[in-house]
Structures are given as C-alpha cells and as structure tokens.
Design a protein around this ligand. Sequence first.
Ligand code: FES
Ligand code: MG
Length: 572
Amino acid sequence: MKKREDLRSQAWYGGDGLRSFSHRSRSRQLGLNPEEHLGKPVIGILNTYSGINPCHLHFRERAEEVARGVWQAGGYPVEFPVATLSETYQKPTPMLYRNLLAMETEELLRSYPIDGAVLMGGCDKTTPALLMGAASAGLPAIYLPAGPMLRGNWRGEVLGSGTDMWKYWDERRAGNVSDCEWTELESGINRSPGHCMTMGTASTMTSAAEVLGMTLPGAASIPAVDSGHHRLAAATGLRIVDMVWEDLTINEILTADAYADAVATVIALGGSTNAVIHLIAMARRSEIGLSLADFDRIARQTPVLANIRPGGEFLMEDFYYAGGLPALLGQIKDLLHLDRVTVTGRTLGEHLDGAIVHRPEVIRPRSNPLSTDGGLAVLSGNLAPDGAVIKHIAAQERLLQHTGPAIVFRDYKDMQNRVNDPDLKVDADSVLVLQNAGPLGGPGMPEYGMLPIPDVLLRQGIRDMVRISDARMSGTSYGACVLHVAPESFVGGPLALVRTGDLITLDVPARQLTLDISDREWAQRKAQWQSPPDRYERGYGALYQAHVTQANHGCDFDFLARPGKNPDPNPR
Ligand code: FES
Ligand code: MG
C-alpha cells in the first residue's frame, strides 16, 4: 500500500518550498479548501467529449458521475478535456489523429500532478489512443467505455449503424429505396448517444479493453443510456482511487497474456479488422511484440460466437441482454489466461465465475459457432509480402478462393470518378484494386477498403466481389475486402505495380494473395515506379508522414513505439 507521502502528486503539493506554496495557493484560487484535496490521490479524468461527437454526447454527465465516485473514495478528481476523435466527422480520417491523442494522453498524465487516470473513450480510435498513451505514461489507469447506442429502428426493422447504412445505400443505388424512405432511415438508424452498436471498431476495441483487464467487469456491453452506465461511471471513479493506493499500474495489467486474450476475444466477437492494427500498436507501447502471425494463429483456434452484425444478425443491445462480454468469455475460458490481474485487483477468471448466456442465439455455444476457424485471416504472398488482412466471415463464400482480372484505381478520387463509368469493363469476377490509400498514401489509412460495387453490377443483383487495398475498412462494413496490404503502394509496395487486366488470386484457405505476372514484367514495372510527392509540407501532417509505421507494425510513430526513458517532469 502506498502512503500519502508516496503519492506522485506530493511532488507538487507536499513540502515547505516556494513551489508547493504556489501550487497550494493556486488550489485555494480554484476554490478548494486544503482538507478537500491535500494528501488525496489526484485522479485525472480524460474526457473525449465534444458537441460534435454523438458517440460521446453523454460524457459530460458521465465525467461528473466519475468525479462523484472519486470524491466518495477520498480522491480529488480533475477533468481534462482531450481531443475527440469522431469517426463520422473528422477528415480525412481520425486514424490520422490516433497517435496525436495518444501523445496528448501520455504528456498530460506525465506533466500534471496526476496519481491515477480514468480514460473516457469509445468511438473507434479513442480506445486505442487513450490506452496507448496511458501505457506509455505507466500510471494506474482505468478505462470507461462509452457504451453502445440503442438499436436503430425503421418501419419495424432493426437497424445497425454503419452496416445497414451501407446496405440501404446499395439498395438505394439499385433503385429500391424511395426519397421518403431514405429520409426516414436518416432519423431511425442512430437513435441515442453511444458508439456504433454493430460489432464495428468501437465495440471491438471497448471489448478488447475489457478483456485486457482495463475496465470494470461487464463494462463494455452496457448501453450508453442504460442506468447501469451511470452506475458504471461512479463505480469506475470509486475504484481508481484504490488502484492508486494499491499502486496497481497499467503495465501490470497489460501483459503478453492479456494481449493474446484480447486477440482471441476479438476473433470470438467477429470483431473489426481495425483491431489488428490497434492491438499491435498498443502491445508495442507495453513493450510486447504482437504480430500478424499471432492473429492468424489465434484466429485458427478460436470460434466466432457473437452473432452480431456485420458478421451476424444481432446488435450490441441484444448482446448485453444475452449476458454481455463476460458471458461470451465464459464460453472460451479454455482459450484465455484466467489468472491475470485486472483493474479490480481480482483475476479475469474470478470475474467469469457464474457468467451465464441468456440468449444462445446471440452468444452461440461452442457446439454451434458462426465460424470454427476464426473471423479474420492474415494473408501473404507476392502482393502482400508484409501481410494483409481479410474478415472472411463477412464475405461471400464463393469469393474466398477466386482468380480474376484486376481493375486498378490509382487513388480514391480516381475510383470515385470511374467506378460507375458505363464504359468500365467490369463483371462479377473482376478484382477491384485501390492504390495509394495506406498510412502514407491515404493519408491516414482511411476506411476506403470496402470499395463500392459498381452500380451496373448492383442492378444485376451482385452484392459482393473481391476488393484489394492498402486502406482499412470500417468495422461495420462487410464483403470480400482484402485490407492493410503491406508495404503500401505509396512507398512502392507490390500493390503499386498492379495494372488493369493482371490476374490476381485470393486464396483464403491457403492464406495467399498473389499477382500473376512474369518476373521480367515485375522487374520492369518496379524500375519504372516513381515515388509520389509528399502529402504534407508542414504541421502535424509532416510529423505524421516522417514517423508513421506501416500497418503490420501498428501505424504508431516510430519514436512513440520504441522503449526508453524520459526525465521526471517535476523532480522533488
Ligand atoms: Fe463513433 Fe461509430 S461513429 S463509434
Ligand atoms: Mg467505424
């Protein structure tokens, strides 16, 4: 147990010097009496609230509830507004800014008198960003996930965010949805605060945070507007204070076993491909080498049990009523490391005792999985020497072993201009290839990976085809989309060499992605390839461009991913 004099914040408030006088007198200026805060753990509440982030719209209220818990436990809560990464509004993609929020998180925790942190996130990149920064800072920390929004509703049909938007957009382009219906859909699909309630990146990453041991048990599945979520916020604030006294730091929780369990859980959930990049980046911050090969190995042993869109049928609200993440984890106990410590100070195994599945159609039993060999596959081959990823459970079966001629789009703009060109020679066997959409080319590796099916094919009833890019794909998307091809085309990866008409073979069972051209042709094209000009001339974009790593390394900045020590910002 820590003593009051051991608190990190004592370097600011304790002792008799001029500086501590200054800090205490400023606390009086803040309206605090000495007995209210002196000698108490200072809890930084990092809040990603913004009026433009609908997924975090309830976070002002939740931050107050966290603070209530902190006061009750004898701590001193201080809220820090940090960058919001709104998946919907931030362009070109919040992925460009994940590392910025991670840096902000780390440096706030380091430079202020903070003893422990509550990290409030949920919308896609906020979860990895906050956890990456907190892992590098190394203090006691606990995660408060935003919780999924309610199910969408339209004319008696249940709608999933993202997933059903793409679905009805295709139907609209096929001429099957009227203007009036389209307007109704706009109001019906996203009905409450909270993150996407499909098994997109948000639900995948908050669930990963939970199984890593970074949240209170059951936290990730509680809908944002459920009363249980208010109570969760207060309980999270209550717990972090004791974590400080117990000196239970984030690095004791985020172990190699924890990351392996997060991978297994992502697979069992049928989770987002984005988790591959984020978990690799997070693990590196914890000085653990997690690789694409680990994902493929764990995926082959892990069944998909969560029947949630886009891979399945239901939504996160149903998952909560079915027992939530603990119920799912209870089904795969044999694949997990149960003796790991979590934020509660108890083990993962202790939290899973008595976990029950209430709706077996939502959380399937081991005897009836959605897929036995995992939801993700890692591909290699001459077109992706450093790997590529496909979420094959969200693709049509007939495309999983497929050879077809490429139709190449130079970049996103080119694709938008030409994909619906009536002269485009495309059929259901064509392989759509998008270049220059990776970490540097995108820039920021935008979610362009679910290339649109050309209108002409939609009208013929085609709803899936093989698509290949160095981009990412929204976790709510679906289809035979090969993603994260590394190295990316912008830096001269083989994807840059593909030309329209080349034969490409996707073979998911063999985990291969190959371009069928002669060695001579290959060498010739390589020699002709020219590096495109830099995207950014100044500012954060220039920093990003100089330091971002490729997808197989997690797209962190090289100087953030490496281990090393920095000086104490406020030596006593
Ligand atoms: Fe925020 Fe989907 S837009 S989680
Ligand atoms: Mg998303």
